[in-house]
Design a protein around this ligand. Structure first.
Ligand code: UGA
Length: 446
């Protein structure tokens, strides 16, 4: 298949590389020259385990190319057969509003229109407010009769993006209302996804609106699950109970399930926070706002965890941050990523800094991004250096290297052995045995 991918961020770059890896001819397009230069040289422009290897493999075959010039998607002379164009651009939260900004999706479709041919298929992957696909399909149908649109939401997690793209747990096709267009779109998508389809990955076909909603509903459910366990953590804190034991116990019930029940500092990143807000905004526009008012509470519980962490840290250093050194382990919104969008860790670090604390942040992969976004914070590459003279150490992103830290040797460099485990990721007994005052969200003082 000839494939183009518009938008080479966390989603598009991985999608482009994995599609080329299974044998398709792929052209990735992005407006960011630096990103295109990196990808063309088979370098991943962001931290994503496994991506550099796939890029090196596929760029060497000549099947994967990147450009900033959208005109390069024009069908080469002599080439026949349709092209499938994936739209993988971002839909960030609009400034000062809950709604999603879909202007990048519109711009991507506008850029594609002059190059579309009858028979081509545009496939939306971006997370969009329900109704967007129908609107875009009208635009495409009017401009290029015979070209069609499908909506094929993406469920990949950063840090596992390659694995999730190659072995998704389901594939959703949102197909056009016209039965002939739908048949043609499905046949093209089946060809694109021939490998996972042959491997028996479930394929769910739906109308546009349902396909769009599958994505937002999935993220809303995941956010709700995290906030549910964090609400339990609040109650556990009040009652002197242990949320990690509670989560393990309820997780044994298959109907509940143990995954995504990790209590702690809550969710951040470029997806869950803005997706639940955009979902509420869209439901309001549709007159169904009451259906999603609970997501306000999900959001509020999530944000309260950050304030709670700041309060606990202040308590640990004696009631005021003035003259106190606070070391923050982790800047990325989660481990195995250098993404700092809405990072709970950086949010906590910034709040403590505002309250007069001397904050030092360390992270194995996200320091460059963090420095650019939060230039006022102090950064150190090495954990031991970052912890020197600390009055309290906060574990806010549970990188493997932090989970495996030796509390005894770290105890030698800090001023006071106070550790706050914001992700319930450290071995409490081990840290306490090494003389640390260990505290965690949702657990008794010990
Ligand atoms: C999320 C979804 O998991 C993906 O399925 C979806 O495709 C993606 O958004 C998207 O919309 O593009 P992602 O943002 O990469 O993926 O990260 P998650 O693994 O979902 O983690 C989100 C946040 O929740 C992180 O800050 C993580 O630390 C936190 N989290 C996760 C918890 O606090 N507790 C948990 O039990 C799990």
């Amino acid at each position: 298949m000839r494939i183009s991918v518009v938008g080479c961020g966390y989603l598009g770059a991985v999608h482009a590389a994995c599609m080329a890896d299974v044998g398709h001819e792929v052209l990735g397009i992005d407006v960011d020259e630096r990103k295109v230069a990196d990808l063309s040289a088979a370098r991943a422009p962001f931290f994503e385990p496994g991506l550099p290897e796939v890029l090196q493999r596929t760029c060497a075959t000549g099947r994967l190319r990147f450009t900033t010039d959208v005109a390069a998607i024009a069908r080469p002379p002599g080439a026949d057969g349709p092209t499938v164009h994936f739209v993988c651009v971002g839909t960030p939260q609009r400034r000062g509003e809950f709604a999603a900004d879909t202007s990048y999706v519109d711009a991507a479709v506008s850029a594609l229109l002059p190059h579309l041919r009858p028979g081509d298929l545009v496939v939306g992957k971006s997370t969009v407010p329900v109704g967007t696909a129908a609107r875009l399909a009208d635009r495409i149908g009017e401009a290029v009769p015979g070209a069609a649109l499908a909506w094929n939401p993406e469920f990949l997690r950063e840090g596992h993006a390659v694995e999730d793209t190659v072995h998704p747990d389901r594939i959703v096709y949102g197909l056009p209302p016209d039965p002939d267009d739908a048949r043609r779109a499905k046949a093209l998508l089946d060809e694109v996804y021939a490998e996972p389809v042959a491997a028996g990955i479930p394929v769910i076909t739906a109308d546009y609106a349902t396909a769009e909603l599958v994505k937002t509903a999935a993220n809303a459910f995941l956010a709700t699950k995290i906030s549910f366990i964090n609400a339990m953590a609040e109650v556990c804190e009040a009652a002197g109970a242990d949320v990690t034991t509670l989560a393990a116990a309820i997780g044994h019930d298959d109907r509940i399930g143990a995954r995504f029940l990790r209590a702690g500092l809550g969710f951040g990143g470029g997806c869950l926070p803005k997706d639940i807000r955009a979902f509420m905004a869209r439901a309001g526009e549709l007159g169904a706002d009451q259906a999603l008012t609970f997501l306000r509470e999900v959001d509020a519980i999530n944000m309260r965890r950050r304030t709670r962490m700041v309060d606990l840290a202040r308590q640990e250093v004696g009631g005021s941050f003035l003259g106190r050194k606070v070391t923050v382990l982790g800047a990325a919104f989660k481990p195995d990523s250098d993404d700092i969008r809405d990072s709970p860790a950086l949010n906590v670090a910034a709040q403590i800094r505002l309250q007069g604390g001397d904050v030092v942040v360390t992270d194995p992969a996200a320091l460059e991004n963090a420095r650019r976004a939060w230039p006022d914070l102090r950064y150190e590459e090495k954990v031991e250096v970052a912890c020197q003279g600390a009055d309290v150490v906060l574990l806010l992103t549970e990188w493997r290297e932090y989970r495996g830290l030796d509390p005894a040797s770290l105890g030698e460099v800090v001023r006071a052995r106070n550790v706050l485990d914001g992700r319930n990721a450290l071995d409490a007994q081990l840290w306490r045995a090494a003389g640390w005052n260990y505290r965690a969200l949702g657990r008794p003082r010990g």
